[in-house]
Design a protein around this ligand. Structure first.
Ligand code: GLU
Length: 298
């Protein structure tokens, strides 16, 4: 099995400079450790027609190359189903009929961390289960045997976070991100996960799930996000933030790549130049405030 890093965009729209910066970092982490670099399109949810092609084109334009073909999650359903059946056979799943609103309104279980599923459907008796099945389709939740889990992160150190009875398959039949990501990383030989640090809080759930599925837990590096001048995560509404917008403002892809590299304290030019001096220990630990198109020379 290969040793690999990956970038795993959700094709919900065009990538912005924050996503591109994370992709460059994931590429540098993988290449600098002699790993392959894989591209996985996380299209189970929120996919917009045409977005995948735009994203792949933009990644290639800034020099992010990948090994092998693109893997799409919508083509991997049997793998997810197999993992869920293994968990079910081990008694580690249950059906949940709660609506979002019922979850919000349910009293939280004693000592449960904020945002944890309150456990409403964890122990429904068989008669009630039969009845609920006639009302609406069930989601499948993990029957977690722990309340938290600890992971090691290359940039954040030891991190402990909540594990609750999170959803494995939604009630519309769509496999949940937390299950798919663990199954795919394991199946693809991904042993290094580099992604935005907004996903750090989900990581203990994923590492716990990996342990239940008896697959290796990858190395993690959660990298700082790019934020707007208000400190909020960069979004499309923050002006010219995609390669297409920035090209319109007069900045080509090479210039955007250089601005991103500079924000990381790395030399401008083809990514290979940055690779030659890349050292994770020297990376900035704070979010990068996007200076706006004018601020980067447009
Ligand atoms: N598809 C997720 C996103 O675009 C990334 C998931 C991951 O890297 O684990 O936010």
């Amino acid at each position: 099995m290969t040793s690999a890093g990956r970038f795993a965009p959700s094709p919900s729209g065009e990538l912005h400079v924050g996503n591109l910066r994370t992709a460059i970092l994931a590429w540098l982490f993988a290449r600098s450790t002699g790993r392959q670099f894989l591209m996985r399109v996380e299209d189970l949810d929120r996919a917009r027609a045409g977005a995948e092609a735009e994203q792949l084109r933009d990644l290639a334009a800034i020099g992010v190359t990948w090994d092998g073909g693109v893997v799409r999650q919508t083509e991997r359903e049997p793998l997810y189903a197999e993992a869920i059946s293994r968990l079910a056979a081990a008694g580690m799943t249950y059906e949940c009929f709660c609506t979002r609103r019922e979850i919000q309104e349910a009293p939280s279980a004693p000592h449960a961390p904020q945002g944890a599923y309150p456990g409403t459907c964890r122990n429904i008796d068989p008669a009630e289960l039969e009845f609920k099945r006639t009302i609406r389709p069930a989601a499948i939740r993990l029957r977690a045997a722990v309340r938290d889990w600890t992971v090691e992160d290359q940039l954040h150190g030891t991190y402990t976070g909540m594990v609750d009875d999170f959803v494995l398959r939604r009630n519309d039949g769509v496999t949940a991100y937390n299950l798919a990501v663990v199954v795919d990383d394991a199946a693809q030989g991904v042993d290094q996960v580099v992604r935005g640090d907004d996903l750090l809080p989900s990581t203990p759930r994923q590492a716990y799930l990996a342990s239940l599925l008896h697959v290796p837990v990858p190395e993690y590096a959660h990298v700082p996000l790019v934020v707007n001048s208000d400190g909020a995560r960069l979004a499309k509404r923050d002006g010219a933030v995609t390669l297409a917008d920035l090209a319109f403002a007069g900045l080509d892809a090479g210039h955007v790549r250089d601005v991103i590299l500079e924000s990381l304290g790395l030399p401008a030019g083809p990514l290979e130049k940055a690779l030659a001096v890349f050292d994770p220990a020297g990376l900035p630990r704070d979010p990068w405030v996007w200076p706006g198109a004018a601020g980067v020379g447009a």
